[in-house]
Ligand binder design. Structure first.
Ligand code: ISL
Length: 544
């Protein structure tokens, strides 16, 4: 496949409000990110993905934008953002910004105007409908509330929202809306940013006629509707194709066949995407299922489009907790997951704190949580009459706040994140798990990430190599090769809390093989791998 800079890149996601607070207001800020750019650079990262920092009433942590052209006070100012961009570029890195174009905040002047009257020139910028038999226009639910429709008393119509009530969906059918969005995107690209992570992009087109759903709880009907790819093609033609950037679309409920429509290189839409067959649909580790997902996506995109690899982000519980072992084998397990993500086909993404093996949290009460998705779901279930404690406990494992606790820099109060009162509690384990410790140890998770990323820079096989799974059907071992121009790498992963015997495939245990990296430090370079007892969460890469 065609080689490009972004395919060879490693992305580091910064959830700025939990990164580093420099003004003592309890929220991380862009200045804090500037101060830690060398930390990120030293990891070897190429691109920073910044979560939304635009003006916002902050009901959904910045995903409810009220002004696309300014920065919210908690984060800083547009001047600080300009400086951030400069400092990132100075270090040879790039910046992609998270952009929400499916919806705005209900405080955005466009919506305020749209809501003011049925005759407003901006009425049709959002989706307004008459009641059906005095009720909601259909039975759909939204991601964050029991109905996707909100009644507007003053104008006696419902408006549509895929997420919270405070996040009305824009009407993409209206060409004026699209032009306004494109102009705004050009504003950012002309400033020199290096691309976008396009939020909830699979939701832009709505089903024709808004029919009732057979199962309203299964919200797939919100995504991948006809017309979506016409919008993406138009966005590409009018904006994206004019800049040398990276675009990654957040696309829920896509299969590889659907995914190819977003990223097919002959289609001129987006470069790559996040599919959620793992993060949204595989609640805990399931090796057979995971391999099946990887194999299908490889088949589906190979030679035609580029994938992305991630197991956590600001919406999903930290990977070592959800998909690994964050107790006895935290370090080994974090390194195994990293080895896997950085050797599977596609771009690897690191979510802040992943590189030191930060873990999920369990706070004692719902009052300790901030996540609107969790809080709304809690209330919804209580209203139905469920037991509050039972509901609370059922929501803990996948609460989005699991990954939103502040970055753990050191063992000082509040982990060096803030001198003020943090907007969300810290994970109490920061005295043991923190950046300072990891930087001091040559065998830390951070140091391992550094090595993996350096390997990627030196070995195109990690980026462009053909992939072959050699372990189909094995519930613990994941063994695969990457192969490019006569160079063949063998990746061996024992994703289990116990030892697992491994027998090498015929011809692979050759005397010239070289150990590239291993997460247990005592593996002998020359040792035969014909028959090996792999230790819990052991990971090795050989060059054959
Ligand atoms: O997190 C999810 C489920 O656990 C996803 O389904 C997620 O809600 C969905 O993919 C959309 O997420 C994005 O848009 C939301 C915002 O709240 C999320 O933080 C963002 O990543 C609305 O803008």
């Amino acid at each position: 496949m065609k080689r490009t800079w972004w395919k060879e890149s490693v992305v580091y996601q910064v959830y700025w409000r939990s990164f580093l607070d420099t003004d003592g207001d309890g929220y991380g800020d862009l200045q804090g990110l500037i101060e830690k750019l060398d930390y990120i650079k030293n990891l070897g990262v190429d691109i920073i993905w910044l979560n939304p920092a635009y003006q916002s009433p902050d009901k959904d942590n910045g995903y409810d934008i009220s002004d696309y052209h300014t920065i919210m006070e908690k984060a800083g100012t547009i001047e600080i953002l300009d400086n951030l961009l400069l400092e990132i570029h100075k270090r040879g890195m790039k910046l992609i910004m998270d952009l929400v174009v499916n919806h705005t905040s209900d405080q955005h002047p466009w919506f305020v105007e749209s809501r003011s009257s049925p005759h407003s020139p901006k009425r049709d910028w959002y989706i307004w409908k008459q009641p059906e038999d005095g009720k909601e226009p259909n039975n759909w639910r939204s991601y964050f509330s029991p109905s996707a429709w909100e009644w507007d008393q003053r104008t006696e119509q419902y408006y549509f929202h895929s997420f919270a009530v405070e996040q009305p969906d824009l009407n993409w059918e209206n060409p004026e809306v699209r032009e306004a969005i494109y102009a705004m995107m050009r504003f950012w690209l002309e400033k020199g940013i290096d691309g976008f992570r396009l939020d909830a992009i699979a939701l832009l087109a709505k089903p024709d006629g808004y029919p009732n759903a057979a199962d309203p709880q299964d919200i797939r009907y919100l995504t991948n509707n006809p017309g979506l790819h016409t919008y993406l093609k138009e966005m590409n033609e009018k904006v994206l194709s004019h800049f040398d950037i990276l675009t990654v679309g957040e696309a829920a409920y896509v299969t590889p066949e659907e995914g190819l429509k977003y990223v097919g290189e002959d289609r001129n839409e987006l470069h790559t995407l996040f599919h959620f067959e793992v993060a949204d649909e595989m609640p805990s580790w399931d090796m057979l299922r995971f391999k099946d997902i990887q194999n299908r996506w490889y088949e589906g995109l190979n030679g035609k489009g580029w994938n992305s690899q991630f197991l956590n982000n600001h919406d999903h519980t930290r990977q070592v907790t959800r998909y690994g072992n964050d107790k006895q084998y935290r370090v080994e397990s974090a390194k195994l997951l990293a080895t896997m993500l950085h050797t599977l086909p596609g771009m690897p993404y690191i979510y802040q704190g992943e590189e030191i093996g930060m873990t999920g949290v369990r706070f004692p009460s719902i009052g300790d949580y901030n996540d609107i998705a969790m809080k709304n779901r809690y209330e919804e279930e209580i209203l139905k009459g469920s037991d509050p404690q039972v509901v609370f406990e059922s929501l803990l494992p996948l609460s989005r706040d699991n990954s939103r606790t502040p970055m753990q820099w050191d063992e000082t109060p509040n982990a060096g994140f803030t001198t003020g009162a943090p907007w969300i509690k810290l994970n109490p384990n920061y005295k043991e798990i923190n950046v300072k410790r990891d930087l001091e140890s040559p065998n830390s998770i951070y140091r391992y990430y550094q090595k993996l990323i350096a390997l990627r820079k030196a070995n195109p096989v990690m980026v462009y190599g053909d992939y072959q799974d050699l372990s189909e059907g094995d519930p613990h071992l994941y063994v695969y090769t990457r192969e490019l121009d006569g160079i063949r790498w063998l990746i061996i992963l024992n994703h289990a809390d116990h030892e697992t015997p491994f027998t090498c495939m015929a011809g692979f245990d050759n005397p010239n093989k070289k150990l590239v990296i291993a997460n247990y430090i005592d593996v002998q370079q020359e040792a035969s791998i014909a028959h090996v007892m792999l230790r819990p969460h052991e990971a090795r890469i050989y060059s054959l």
